[in-house]
Design a protein around this ligand. Structure first.
Ligand code: ACO
Ligand code: ZN
Length: 281
Protein backbone atom coordinates (compact mmCIF):
# COMPACT_ATOMS: atom_id res chain seq x y z
CA UNK A 1 0.00 0.00 0.00
CA UNK A 2 2.83 2.37 0.89
CA UNK A 3 4.49 1.95 -2.48
CA UNK A 4 1.20 2.33 -4.24
CA UNK A 5 0.59 5.56 -2.34
CA UNK A 6 4.02 6.92 -3.24
CA UNK A 7 3.39 6.05 -6.83
CA UNK A 8 0.04 7.75 -7.12
CA UNK A 9 0.96 10.74 -4.98
CA UNK A 10 1.59 12.89 -8.06
CA UNK A 11 -1.89 14.26 -8.31
CA UNK A 12 -4.30 14.54 -5.44
CA UNK A 13 -6.95 16.65 -3.87
CA UNK A 14 -5.52 20.05 -2.91
CA UNK A 15 -8.55 21.56 -1.18
CA UNK A 16 -11.83 20.41 0.24
CA UNK A 17 -15.01 22.23 1.02
CA UNK A 18 -16.61 21.16 4.28
CA UNK A 19 -19.48 23.10 5.83
CA UNK A 20 -18.54 26.76 5.82
CA UNK A 21 -14.82 26.08 5.39
CA UNK A 22 -12.54 25.64 2.47
CA UNK A 23 -9.55 23.70 3.72
CA UNK A 24 -6.16 23.11 2.14
CA UNK A 25 -5.07 19.50 2.44
CA UNK A 26 -1.73 18.30 3.82
CA UNK A 27 -1.14 14.77 2.52
CA UNK A 28 -2.12 12.19 -0.01
CA UNK A 29 -5.31 10.23 0.57
CA UNK A 30 -6.26 7.22 -1.55
CA UNK A 31 -9.69 8.30 -2.77
CA UNK A 32 -11.30 5.99 -5.34
CA UNK A 33 -9.73 6.40 -8.81
CA UNK A 34 -12.62 8.41 -10.26
CA UNK A 35 -11.78 11.22 -7.80
CA UNK A 36 -8.03 11.16 -8.26
CA UNK A 37 -8.04 13.78 -11.02
CA UNK A 38 -9.91 16.30 -8.84
CA UNK A 39 -8.14 19.27 -7.31
CA UNK A 40 -11.09 20.02 -5.08
CA UNK A 41 -13.71 17.88 -3.42
CA UNK A 42 -17.01 18.95 -1.89
CA UNK A 43 -18.03 17.17 1.29
CA UNK A 44 -21.43 17.01 2.91
CA UNK A 45 -20.47 18.08 6.41
CA UNK A 46 -22.98 15.69 7.99
CA UNK A 47 -22.82 12.35 6.14
CA UNK A 48 -19.32 13.07 4.76
CA UNK A 49 -20.21 11.96 1.23
CA UNK A 50 -17.93 13.71 -1.21
CA UNK A 51 -18.59 15.05 -4.66
CA UNK A 52 -16.66 16.49 -7.58
CA UNK A 53 -18.81 19.52 -8.22
CA UNK A 54 -20.42 22.25 -6.17
CA UNK A 55 -23.80 21.76 -7.90
CA UNK A 56 -23.79 18.10 -6.89
CA UNK A 57 -23.21 19.10 -3.29
CA UNK A 58 -25.99 21.69 -3.43
CA UNK A 59 -28.38 19.09 -4.81
CA UNK A 60 -27.24 16.65 -2.12
CA UNK A 61 -27.75 19.17 0.68
CA UNK A 62 -31.38 19.60 -0.34
CA UNK A 63 -32.11 15.92 0.20
CA UNK A 64 -29.60 14.85 2.89
CA UNK A 65 -31.54 14.70 6.14
CA UNK A 66 -28.63 14.26 8.55
CA UNK A 67 -27.87 17.20 10.81
CA UNK A 68 -25.24 15.43 12.92
CA UNK A 69 -23.00 12.36 12.61
CA UNK A 70 -24.90 9.06 12.52
CA UNK A 71 -24.77 7.11 15.77
CA UNK A 72 -25.30 7.94 19.43
CA UNK A 73 -24.74 11.24 21.13
CA UNK A 74 -22.81 10.17 24.23
CA UNK A 75 -21.74 13.58 25.54
CA UNK A 76 -23.18 17.06 25.53
CA UNK A 77 -21.93 20.10 27.39
CA UNK A 78 -22.91 23.55 26.22
CA UNK A 79 -22.51 23.60 22.43
CA UNK A 80 -20.08 20.66 22.42
CA UNK A 81 -21.34 17.19 21.56
CA UNK A 82 -19.62 13.88 21.05
CA UNK A 83 -21.11 11.17 18.87
CA UNK A 84 -20.12 7.51 18.87
CA UNK A 85 -20.29 5.96 15.41
CA UNK A 86 -19.92 2.20 14.99
CA UNK A 87 -17.97 1.49 11.80
CA UNK A 88 -19.91 -1.70 11.28
CA UNK A 89 -23.32 -0.03 11.45
CA UNK A 90 -22.21 3.04 9.48
CA UNK A 91 -19.66 1.67 7.07
CA UNK A 92 -19.85 4.37 4.41
CA UNK A 93 -19.61 7.14 6.98
CA UNK A 94 -16.58 5.43 8.55
CA UNK A 95 -14.87 5.09 5.19
CA UNK A 96 -15.63 8.69 4.23
CA UNK A 97 -14.22 9.85 7.53
CA UNK A 98 -11.03 7.85 6.94
CA UNK A 99 -10.57 9.30 3.44
CA UNK A 100 -11.06 12.78 4.84
CA UNK A 101 -8.74 12.24 7.81
CA UNK A 102 -5.94 10.79 5.71
CA UNK A 103 -5.66 14.18 3.97
CA UNK A 104 -4.18 15.45 7.28
CA UNK A 105 -2.47 12.32 8.61
CA UNK A 106 0.91 11.39 7.20
CA UNK A 107 2.23 8.04 8.32
CA UNK A 108 -1.04 6.29 8.97
CA UNK A 109 -2.18 3.51 6.73
CA UNK A 110 -5.79 3.73 5.86
CA UNK A 111 -7.98 1.04 7.36
CA UNK A 112 -10.62 -0.16 4.99
CA UNK A 113 -11.80 -2.45 7.72
CA UNK A 114 -13.86 0.21 9.47
CA UNK A 115 -16.00 -2.58 11.00
CA UNK A 116 -13.40 -3.02 13.72
CA UNK A 117 -13.48 0.60 14.84
CA UNK A 118 -15.59 3.05 16.75
CA UNK A 119 -15.39 6.69 15.75
CA UNK A 120 -15.81 9.46 18.30
CA UNK A 121 -16.81 12.61 16.46
CA UNK A 122 -16.64 15.94 18.25
CA UNK A 123 -19.08 18.63 17.10
CA UNK A 124 -19.89 22.25 17.74
CA UNK A 125 -23.67 22.51 17.56
CA UNK A 126 -25.90 25.43 16.56
CA UNK A 127 -29.37 25.81 15.05
CA UNK A 128 -28.12 24.59 11.67
CA UNK A 129 -26.78 21.32 13.04
CA UNK A 130 -23.75 19.69 14.62
CA UNK A 131 -20.58 20.63 12.80
CA UNK A 132 -17.62 18.28 12.98
CA UNK A 133 -14.57 19.75 14.69
CA UNK A 134 -12.46 16.61 14.89
CA UNK A 135 -12.57 12.96 15.87
CA UNK A 136 -10.64 10.00 17.10
CA UNK A 137 -10.98 6.34 16.19
CA UNK A 138 -10.66 3.43 18.55
CA UNK A 139 -10.40 -0.28 17.95
CA UNK A 140 -13.27 -2.24 19.44
CA UNK A 141 -10.74 -4.72 20.79
CA UNK A 142 -7.08 -3.87 21.12
CA UNK A 143 -4.43 -6.44 22.02
CA UNK A 144 -1.88 -3.70 22.62
CA UNK A 145 -4.11 -1.69 24.96
CA UNK A 146 -4.49 1.11 22.43
CA UNK A 147 -7.28 3.45 23.43
CA UNK A 148 -6.95 5.64 20.35
CA UNK A 149 -5.94 4.80 16.78
CA UNK A 150 -6.11 8.11 14.89
CA UNK A 151 -6.84 11.61 16.12
CA UNK A 152 -7.59 14.70 14.06
CA UNK A 153 -8.68 18.26 14.67
CA UNK A 154 -9.74 19.83 11.38
CA UNK A 155 -7.32 22.66 10.52
CA UNK A 156 -9.78 25.57 11.01
CA UNK A 157 -10.31 24.36 14.59
CA UNK A 158 -6.72 23.57 15.54
CA UNK A 159 -4.86 25.12 18.49
CA UNK A 160 -8.03 25.90 20.40
CA UNK A 161 -7.83 23.01 22.86
CA UNK A 162 -10.01 20.51 20.98
CA UNK A 163 -7.11 18.08 20.55
CA UNK A 164 -6.51 17.97 24.28
CA UNK A 165 -10.25 17.54 24.80
CA UNK A 166 -10.27 14.51 22.46
CA UNK A 167 -7.25 13.00 24.21
CA UNK A 168 -8.83 13.55 27.64
CA UNK A 169 -12.03 11.97 26.34
CA UNK A 170 -10.16 8.85 25.19
CA UNK A 171 -8.79 8.41 28.71
CA UNK A 172 -12.21 8.94 30.28
CA UNK A 173 -13.48 6.05 28.15
CA UNK A 174 -10.55 3.92 29.34
CA UNK A 175 -11.36 4.76 32.95
CA UNK A 176 -14.94 3.61 32.41
CA UNK A 177 -13.56 0.37 30.94
CA UNK A 178 -11.27 -0.03 33.93
CA UNK A 179 -8.24 -0.30 31.64
CA UNK A 180 -5.10 1.66 30.97
CA UNK A 181 -4.64 2.93 27.45
CA UNK A 182 -2.10 4.40 25.09
CA UNK A 183 -2.29 5.91 21.61
CA UNK A 184 -1.34 3.79 18.63
CA UNK A 185 2.19 4.44 17.39
CA UNK A 186 3.76 6.12 15.53
CA UNK A 187 2.64 9.55 16.69
CA UNK A 188 3.01 12.52 14.37
CA UNK A 189 4.97 15.55 15.59
CA UNK A 190 1.74 17.36 16.41
CA UNK A 191 0.33 14.22 17.97
CA UNK A 192 3.36 13.83 20.22
CA UNK A 193 3.26 17.49 21.24
CA UNK A 194 -0.39 17.22 22.16
CA UNK A 195 0.03 13.99 24.11
CA UNK A 196 3.14 15.25 25.91
CA UNK A 197 1.18 18.35 26.87
CA UNK A 198 -1.79 16.36 28.12
CA UNK A 199 0.27 13.82 30.09
CA UNK A 200 2.40 16.56 31.62
CA UNK A 201 -0.52 18.61 32.85
CA UNK A 202 -2.50 15.68 34.24
CA UNK A 203 0.49 14.16 36.05
CA UNK A 204 1.80 17.46 37.44
CA UNK A 205 -1.62 18.28 38.89
CA UNK A 206 -1.73 14.99 40.80
CA UNK A 207 1.90 15.20 41.93
CA UNK A 208 1.25 18.67 43.25
CA UNK A 209 -1.84 17.51 45.13
CA UNK A 210 -0.07 14.51 46.66
CA UNK A 211 3.16 16.41 47.29
CA UNK A 212 4.96 13.83 45.20
CA UNK A 213 4.13 10.94 47.52
CA UNK A 214 2.68 8.62 44.93
CA UNK A 215 3.91 5.75 42.78
CA UNK A 216 3.82 5.32 39.02
CA UNK A 217 1.37 2.45 39.46
CA UNK A 218 -0.98 4.65 41.50
CA UNK A 219 -0.72 7.43 38.93
CA UNK A 220 -1.58 4.94 36.23
CA UNK A 221 -4.61 3.63 38.14
CA UNK A 222 -5.91 7.16 38.65
CA UNK A 223 -5.42 8.45 35.12
CA UNK A 224 -5.65 5.33 32.87
CA UNK A 225 -2.35 6.49 31.38
CA UNK A 226 -0.05 3.54 30.68
CA UNK A 227 2.92 3.27 33.07
CA UNK A 228 5.50 3.58 30.24
CA UNK A 229 3.97 6.88 29.12
CA UNK A 230 4.04 8.15 32.69
CA UNK A 231 7.68 7.18 33.04
CA UNK A 232 8.82 8.87 29.82
CA UNK A 233 6.83 12.00 30.65
CA UNK A 234 8.25 12.30 34.16
CA UNK A 235 11.75 11.51 32.88
CA UNK A 236 11.50 14.33 30.38
CA UNK A 237 10.56 16.62 33.29
CA UNK A 238 13.53 15.35 35.29
CA UNK A 239 11.26 14.05 38.04
CA UNK A 240 12.54 10.44 38.04
CA UNK A 241 15.54 8.94 39.76
CA UNK A 242 16.88 5.46 39.36
CA UNK A 243 17.54 3.89 42.74
CA UNK A 244 18.39 0.28 43.55
CA UNK A 245 17.20 -0.87 40.15
CA UNK A 246 13.91 1.01 40.37
CA UNK A 247 12.47 4.19 38.94
CA UNK A 248 11.19 6.42 41.70
CA UNK A 249 9.43 9.75 41.52
CA UNK A 250 11.43 12.62 42.94
CA UNK A 251 9.14 15.59 42.92
CA UNK A 252 11.10 18.54 44.18
CA UNK A 253 8.36 21.12 45.01
CA UNK A 254 10.21 24.02 43.38
CA UNK A 255 10.74 22.06 40.19
CA UNK A 256 7.06 21.01 40.22
CA UNK A 257 5.93 24.61 40.49
CA UNK A 258 8.22 25.68 37.69
CA UNK A 259 6.84 22.94 35.41
CA UNK A 260 3.26 23.72 36.40
CA UNK A 261 3.70 27.35 35.48
CA UNK A 262 5.13 26.40 32.09
CA UNK A 263 2.46 23.77 31.37
CA UNK A 264 -0.40 26.24 31.00
CA UNK A 265 -4.07 25.41 31.20
CA UNK A 266 -6.28 23.47 28.84
CA UNK A 267 -9.47 25.48 28.32
CA UNK A 268 -11.80 22.66 27.31
CA UNK A 269 -12.30 20.18 30.11
CA UNK A 270 -14.25 16.96 29.78
CA UNK A 271 -17.15 17.08 32.23
CA UNK A 272 -17.43 13.38 33.12
CA UNK A 273 -20.89 13.86 34.61
CA UNK A 274 -22.09 14.58 31.06
CA UNK A 275 -20.69 11.40 29.54
CA UNK A 276 -23.32 8.71 29.14
CA UNK A 277 -21.58 5.62 27.90
CA UNK A 278 -21.05 1.93 28.47
CA UNK A 279 -18.04 0.07 27.06
CA UNK A 280 -18.39 -1.83 23.78
CA UNK A 281 -19.01 -5.55 24.23
N1 ACO B 1 2.63 24.15 16.90
C1 ACO B 1 3.14 23.96 18.15
N2 ACO B 1 2.49 23.27 19.12
C2 ACO B 1 1.31 22.73 18.81
C3 ACO B 1 0.72 22.89 17.54
C4 ACO B 1 1.44 23.63 16.56
N3 ACO B 1 0.94 23.85 15.32
N4 ACO B 1 -0.46 22.26 17.52
C5 ACO B 1 -0.61 21.71 18.75
N5 ACO B 1 0.47 21.99 19.53
C6 ACO B 1 0.70 21.54 20.90
C7 ACO B 1 0.61 22.62 21.89
O1 ACO B 1 1.42 22.27 22.98
C8 ACO B 1 -0.83 22.58 22.28
O2 ACO B 1 -1.07 23.07 23.55
P1 ACO B 1 -1.15 24.69 23.79
O3 ACO B 1 -2.04 25.25 22.73
O4 ACO B 1 -1.74 24.77 25.18
O5 ACO B 1 0.26 25.16 23.69
C9 ACO B 1 -1.12 21.10 22.27
O6 ACO B 1 -0.31 20.58 21.22
C10 ACO B 1 -2.55 20.70 22.01
O7 ACO B 1 -3.24 21.71 21.34
P2 ACO B 1 -4.77 21.55 21.01
O8 ACO B 1 -5.29 22.88 20.56
O9 ACO B 1 -5.49 20.89 22.13
O10 ACO B 1 -4.71 20.50 19.82
P3 ACO B 1 -5.35 20.61 18.36
O11 ACO B 1 -6.83 20.76 18.45
O12 ACO B 1 -4.63 21.56 17.53
O13 ACO B 1 -5.11 19.10 17.86
C11 ACO B 1 -3.83 17.45 16.77
C12 ACO B 1 -3.88 18.45 17.93
C13 ACO B 1 -5.05 16.52 16.84
C14 ACO B 1 -2.58 16.59 16.87
C15 ACO B 1 -3.86 18.27 15.44
O14 ACO B 1 -2.67 18.99 15.34
C16 ACO B 1 -4.05 17.45 14.19
O15 ACO B 1 -5.15 17.05 13.88
N6 ACO B 1 -2.95 17.21 13.44
C17 ACO B 1 -3.02 16.50 12.19
C18 ACO B 1 -3.28 15.02 12.40
C19 ACO B 1 -2.28 14.41 13.37
O16 ACO B 1 -1.08 14.60 13.26
N7 ACO B 1 -2.81 13.61 14.31
C20 ACO B 1 -2.02 12.87 15.28
C21 ACO B 1 -1.45 11.67 14.62
S1 ACO B 1 -0.88 10.46 15.78
C22 ACO B 1 -2.24 9.47 16.10
O17 ACO B 1 -3.24 9.63 15.46
C23 ACO B 1 -2.17 8.40 17.16
ZN1 ZN C 1 -25.14 14.37 3.40
Amino acid sequence: LREHEEFTKVKNIATIELGRYEIETWYFSPFPPEYSDCLKLYFCEFCLNFMKRKEQLQRHMRKCDLKHPPGDEIYRSGTLSMFEVDGKKNKVYGQNLCYLAKLFLDHKTLYYDVDLFLFYVLCECDDRGCHMVGYFSKEKHSEESYNLACILTLPPYQRKGYGKFLIAFSYELSKKEGKVGTPERPLSDLGLLSYRGYWTRVLLDILKKHKGNISIKELSDMTAIKAEDILTTLQSLDLIQYRKGQHVICADPKLLDRHLKAAGRGGLEVDVSKLIWTPYK
